[in-house]
Design a protein around this ligand. Structure first.
Ligand SMILES: Nc1nc2c(c(=O)[nH]1)N[C@H]1C(S)=C(S)[C@@H](COP(=O)(O)O)O[C@H]1N2
Ligand SMILES: [Mo]
Length: 263
């Protein structure tokens, strides 16, 4: 069988296809935050962050983050946080050009999925040039290409009680006596179904580099950089964060940062 390493030409072809519009029919069901008494609204109202409530309740549900032009890309994307997962399984996969990569979609879904690299690449893609803002004070404008997360969720058919999308990653961000702590992040269903929320496999017209999260990383364009999990291997739909880390929904939220990092 032919190796599925993404060659430049097929990559660019997909990027062009991806420029077309997309409809996220299966996501409509989640976009009910403004309905009085909705479960989603209850979640938002109990959220601690004012930014979060403001963006959600004052009509910011699907407003788009600013998109730029290629002329605005001044440097390559600055790698930050983990830049090379050290597990043997990840490194073996990397040596093989990520041909064996699989994304699992689990948790509160009617159809749990295992998506091969090929099937992800075959889905309609979106390309967007956006600005990444890290909480540490730097920004980079870059062009990202990937599959809208909403399309993947649509295939998995989330159950009505699925409230959050959790990303589980290959990199151990910390090693304690209890063992490695793998990076984890999460977003709500509205951000998950936002048209600019993609599982990116391309950066600035090339396959996503390892330092930036290969083979698959999240882009959530209306939030800070730490929300954009790199090296994602599993997407899990949950109703609460009680079984995740220390219960706040993300590695950094569990260490004092805001879970909702709106910008
Ligand atoms: N798995 C994983 N995802 C991660 C991180 C990380 O350490 N591990 N760091 C986060 C932070 S703080 C930032 S700013 C961005 C950096 O993405 P980049 O390396 O492509 O610039 O990734 C985010 N996602
Ligand atoms: Mo960051």
């Amino acid at each position: 069988m032919r190796r599925t390493t993404l060659d430049r030409r097929s990559f660019l072809r997909r990027s062009v296809l991806g420029a077309s519009g997309l409809a996220l029919g299966g996501c409509k069901v989640f976009d009910n935050a403004t309905v009085q008494g909705s479960a989603m609204r209850a979640v938002f109202e109990s959220a601690s962050s004012l930014t979060y409530r403001t963006q959600r309740l004052l009509g910011g549900g699907h407003s788009l983050a600013r998109e730029y032009t290629r002329a605005d890309i001044l440097q390559s994307q600055h790698p930050n946080g983990s830049v090379l997962p050290d597990s043997e399984s990840y490194q073996a996969m990397a040596r093989n050009g990520f041909a064996n990569f699989e994304l699992a979609v689990t948790g509160l879904v009617d159809s749990p999925l295992t998506l091969s690299r090929e099937s992800l690449l075959a889905m309609p893609a979106r390309t967007q040039i956006t600005r990444h803002d890290c909480v540490e004070g730097w920004s980079c404008i870059a062009e990202w290409t990937g599959v809208p997360l909403g399309q993947v969720l649509e295939q998995a058919r989330p159950k009505p009680n699925a409230r959050y999308v959790v990303f589980h990653c290959h990199d151990a961000i910390e090693r304690s006596l209890a063992g490695p702590v793998y990076y984890y992040e999460s977003i709500d269903m509205i951000d998950a179904c936002h048209p600019q929320t993609i599982l990116a496999y391309g950066l600035n017209g090339s396959p996503l580099p390892i330092a930036n999260g290969a083979p698959l990383r999240v882009r959530v364009e209306r939030q800070l950089g730490y929300k954009m999990a790199k090296y994602v291997h599993t997407i899990e739909l949950v109703e609460s964060f009680s079984d995740l880390g220390r219960g706040k929904g993300s590695y950094w939220a569990d260490r004092g940062y805001e879970w909702y990092a709106g910008i």
